[in-house]
Design a protein. Structure first.
Length: 217
């Protein structure tokens, strides 16, 4: 199968699955929007600039989980971050704040599976690892974001969370992104989607080592 056919087939699958998910999850999405509104008012949706495929910027959508002035400060969050609302903490625990990104998928800015897009401040365009990652369309889930779904706990003990993220966590996530893209297959993608859904619904059972072994890393 040629590269173009793979890309076309992948896009068709993204759109088809996303439309089904939006139809099935519409009541939940409306309920979550009402919960955000009731807890901290407007805006319901948080928009943030991210870097997408080939270095193109776009705005990612999330249910707002921080207080209205919470965008100030670090671009990353640590466990027990005081900027996060009560409803927001619950949304983030089960990764429900990510659901609006289904609309990013429909717009072609994201895929269901692909490297998580970063804010411009963390992207190094002159780095070979970054260039490899940016060749792929960013996604709602990927091996790195699943493996580090409890990233906030890793950042909590760090004296400088931002520096620790830049020098330790981010390079490891980029490495996992590249490794997954190079050995990507339909069975692995299905397995990744299943594990993402499983650990979103049942986060207490999360085992990073088991995830990496299950997906061949």
């Amino acid at each position: 199968m040629t590269w173009l056919r793979r890309q076309t087939l992948g896009r068709v699958c993204d759109i088809s699955v996303t439309i089904v998910l939006l139809a099935v999850l519409a009541p939940l999405i409306l309920l979550l929007a009402a919960a955000v509104l009731a807890s901290d008012g407007f805006p319901i949706i948080f928009r943030q600039k991210r870097i997408g495929r080939n270095g193109q910027p776009f705005y990612i959508y999330k249910f707002r989980s921080m207080r209205r002035d919470g965008s100030r400060g670090l671009h990353i969050t640590v466990a027990n971050d005081r900027r996060i609302t009560g409803v927001g903490a619950w949304l983030r625990r089960f990764k429900l704040d990510e659901l609006p990104q289904l609309f990013n998928v429909l717009k072609g800015e994201m895929s269901l599976i692909g490297p998580r897009p970063e804010v411009p401040e963390y992207v190094q365009f002159d780095d070979a690892l970054w260039r490899a990652v940016l060749q792929a369309r960013p996604g709602i889930t990927d091996l790195a974001s699943l493996a580090y779904r409890d990233e906030e706990q890793y950042l909590l003990p760090a004296a400088d969370p931002d520096a620790y993220y830049r020098t330790v966590l981010l390079p490891e996530k980029l490495r996992l992104n590249v490794a997954y893209q190079e050995s990507r297959s339909l069975p692995r993608d299905v397995r990744l989607l299943w594990l993402t859904a499983r650990y979103s619904l049942f986060p207490r059972g999360f085992d990073r080592g088991r995830v990496l072994r299950s997906l061949g890393e």
